[in-house]
Each structure stands twice: as C-alpha cells, then as structure tokens.
Design a protein around this ligand. Sequence first.
Ligand code: NAP
Length: 252
Amino acid sequence: MKHGKILLGLIGFPLSHSWSADFYNEKFRLDGDTHKEYRLFPLISIDEFPGLLAKYPELCGLNVTIPYKEKIIPFLDDLDDTARSIGAVNTVTIDRTNGMIHTKGFNTDAPGFLQTIRNLAITGPALILGTGGAAKAVAFILKNINIPFHFVSRKTKGENMISYDDLTSEIILDHPFIINATPAGMYPDTAGAPPIPYQVLTTDHLLYDLIYNPEVTEFMKRGMARKARVMNGKQMLLNQAELSRQILLGKV
Ligand code: NAP
C-alpha cells in the first residue's frame, strides 16, 4: 500500500446523515490504527467512480449506499455469488497489486439480515414492501431459508408482486411477517409509512422495518397500536457494517 496508508470510504448521495465514518474511525482509533482512515465520498453521478479510484491511490475499499447499490455493478470487475444473485452491492474491495486495479463487489445486507431473523419465531409467509436493493437482499435470504414471500410495490406489474391497492385483509392475515424495505418513514420524513391496511394487523404479526433512523418508525408505531411484534433495522445495520469491515480489511 502506498505510504502504508489505508483509505476506505463510502459512496452514495447524499451522505450528510451517514454514520459509517464514525463506525470505522472509532474502531481504527480503539485499535490504534493511525494509518487507516474512512471518508465519505458523495458522488453526484456513479460515472465519477473510476475517477475516484484514480484520484486516491491509497483507496482500497468502499461501502456503497443509495442510490448506487445497483448502478455500481457495471463498473466492477467481479462479484461474489451473493451480490450476483441479488443484483446489488454494498461493499467493494479494490486490489491494486502490480499497479492493476481489480474491483470486486459483495452484499453484506443479506447475511446481516439473516443474522437478525435466526432467533425470531416466524410463523408464516412474508410480505416484502418495496422492490429495491434491500428488498432483493431480504428476498434472497427468505428464499434460502424457505419462507414464502410476495413483494408489494407501487408498480402493479411484475413476478410475485402485489400492488398496495390490491392488499386485502385476507392477504394481510395470510402473511404474519411484514418487512418494510422502502424508505417511507425514514428521517427526515418520519411521518410517512407504507400504505398497507394496518387496521387488520393482529398480535400474530411481526413488522420488521429495515429503517434505523428514527428508531421507532411510523410503520412500527402502527403495528404496536395493533399489539403486533415490531423491530427496526439497527441490528441489521450493525451486522452488515461489521461483515463489510471484515471484508474490506481482508479478515475473511
Ligand atoms: P431503494 O433502492 O431506493 O428502494 C426502495 C424501494 O422502495 C423502491 O424500489 C420502491 O419500490 C420503494 N419506494 C421508494 N420510495 C417509496 C415511497 N415513498 N413509498 C413507498 N415505497 C417506496 O432503497 P434500498 O436501498 O432498497 O433501501 C430501502 C430502505 O431500507 C431504506 O430506508 C434503507 O435505509 C433501508 N436499509 C436498511 C439497511 C439496514 O442495514 N438496516 C440496509 C439496507 C437498506 P416500488 O417502486 O416497487 O414501490
């Protein structure tokens, strides 16, 4: 590594509310790793990615967030199997051996999510709200552990997809596990919630919001009002970040 310095970072846009730099830099500080640094790189367009790699020769790994988790893929040399199956990447290693740049994409959202549901008593099929990168990571895991699911989308077309308008009481009752994989309700628009018929929810339901800011979302509050079990995305966030850190620092 040039000058022995290791630079990691996060690309996405906007990044003003990202906590990743604090997560990494605090760990580096505790470990006494003064030659390691994590920086935020807000990119207005993903086309700036190759230029970023050229500008920072010490940059050897990146996390990727909204809106580039899918758009980054054509820029990468390789993908691991999970990232390839999901079609979304949140971690990129940058190998610069012999002056050649080789990039590889990983997805740690999926295993991060899996770790959080291992000990949950899930009693039936799931509804995944949203069809973006996070929704695909959740679907990948549910498929692997044989939990049947449908996506719920604002679009009406698509395989295995229900529109919000078509969500009947019966469908809600048949799906005790409901996962919010949309940004509806995320800071700063905390009054929002995905438009599902909350009045039908029962104590058998588990509402899992992938959002972690705020800690208690409007989606969760509406579930709590019906005495459903609820959880937020905080633990998944910590899990995916730790898995990602291990990949970027070559510990796995
Ligand atoms: P994304 O790619 O932007 O996709 C979100 C999906 O939600 C879209 O494809 C869209 O699906 C739907 N959607 C977008 N705006 C909406 C709105 N206003 N109302 C209802 N549906 C809407 O985002 P993402 O990367 O998948 O992330 C989704 C959420 O998960 C974000 O809040 C993110 O912070 C969270 N997340 C958390 C973790 C964690 O570790 N806890 C990890 C990843 C993501 P349709 O067009 O089909 O409706």
